[in-house]
Design a protein around this ligand. Structure first.
Ligand SMILES: NC(=O)c1ccc[n+]([C@@H]2O[C@H](COP(=O)([O-])OP(=O)(O)OC[C@H]3O[C@@H](n4cnc5c(N)ncnc54)[C@H](OP(=O)(O)O)[C@@H]3O)[C@@H](O)[C@H]2O)c1
Length: 261
């Protein structure tokens, strides 16, 4: 989300830098990248294609369907089954793939389309070979349970970070079942003027005490929760990318875990 232009709309302000961030990530060992055709729209996927195609065999590109943008960049629902299919086809075209490794069904709470209908369609797309695995995004516990009874859930991508644990029940269910859990907004997101994670005094104090940065503390905390947590911090900066990767080596001690919100 941080590679297209402001508001995840239009081209990046520095295209060469966006391409360099992607190449550096893969060079450094990143093998899981989250994207969406509606980031830009098409901008994030086209950057991925230009930077990395032909993709390394072990690279898992994860996209999502369920939304679209209008000409002014507003986010609109695209929840109907024909829109989900069109969304997958648009991802295949812009990524230059015959199969998207994983596609998240991004649900909207107000969606009028029954989840079971959407899952039927996603499963059909998987059987046709257009997607490798089906993930879920923005789901509650009941939706997660329903999906789990009908399909194999490749991963769950919900908001979750040090300042927002509203999805604790889904996180716990994923942890106990070993379903990969991908917290989005791991750093508190770029949408707030005051970042609720990186700006939290306890996060800053812990970072200072451990000789780390606030971002590294926020990511290390997510990683310490469970082995099924996969991180997708968004960045447009090579410096931040390197810093975020180094968070994997930061161990939070007892004092840190007690101090954090
Ligand atoms: N499924 C969904 O509905 C959904 C919704 C939202 C997001 N997502 C996915 O989740 C990903 C992560 O969320 P996000 O990018 O919105 O938010 P985020 O990762 O919580 O935060 C991104 C913000 O943190 C900054 N940042 C990154 N590394 C930093 C560092 N080391 N130090 C200081 N600031 C740093 C970025 O700025 P710089 O560019 O300057 O580094 C950007 O402003 C998205 O990119 C997207 O793929 C999915």
């Amino acid at each position: 989300m941080q590679l297209p232009g402001p508001g995840v709309f239009g081209p990046p302000k520095d295209r060469d830098l966006a391409l360099a961030v992607l190449r550096r990530a893969v060079d450094a060992g990143v093998n899981h990248i989250d994207t969406a055709q509606f980031y830009g729209p098409d901008v994030a996927n086209e950057l991925l294609r230009e930077a990395l195609h032909p993709y390394p065999a072990d690279l898992v590109l994860v996209s999502k369907v369920g939304a679209k943008r209008d000409g002014r960049g507003r986010w609109l629902p695209a929840q109907r089954t024909e829109e989900l299919r069109a969304g997958v086809e648009a991802n295949l075209a812009s990524l230059g793939l015959e199969q998207v490794p994983v596609v998240n069904l991004r649900r909207l709470p107000e969606s009028a389309v029954p989840l079971t209908e959407q899952l039927d369609l996603m499963e059909a797309l998987r059987r046709e070979g257009l997607i490798g695995g089906i993930g879920l995004s923005n789901v509650g516990l009941e939706e997660y349970r329903t999906a789990g009874s009908l399909i194999e859930v490749a991963c769950v991508q919900n908001p979750y970070n040090l300042a927002d644990r509203t999805g604790e029940d889904v996180f716990e269910a994923c942890r106990s079942e070993g379903t990969p859990f991908v917290p989005f907004f791991p750093l508190g997101s770029a949408f707030h003027s005051e970042n609720p994670v990186l700006g939290a005094p306890s996060v800053q104090a812990t970072a200072q005490r451990l000789g780390a940065t606030s971002a590294q503390v926020a990511l290390a905390w997510l990683l310490h929760l469970a082995p099924n947590v996969l991180l997708i911090p968004g960045t447009s900066s090579i410096l931040h990318l390197e810093e975020n990767l180094a968070a994997a080596d930061l161990l939070l001690d007892e004092e840190a875990l007690e101090a954090l919100p």
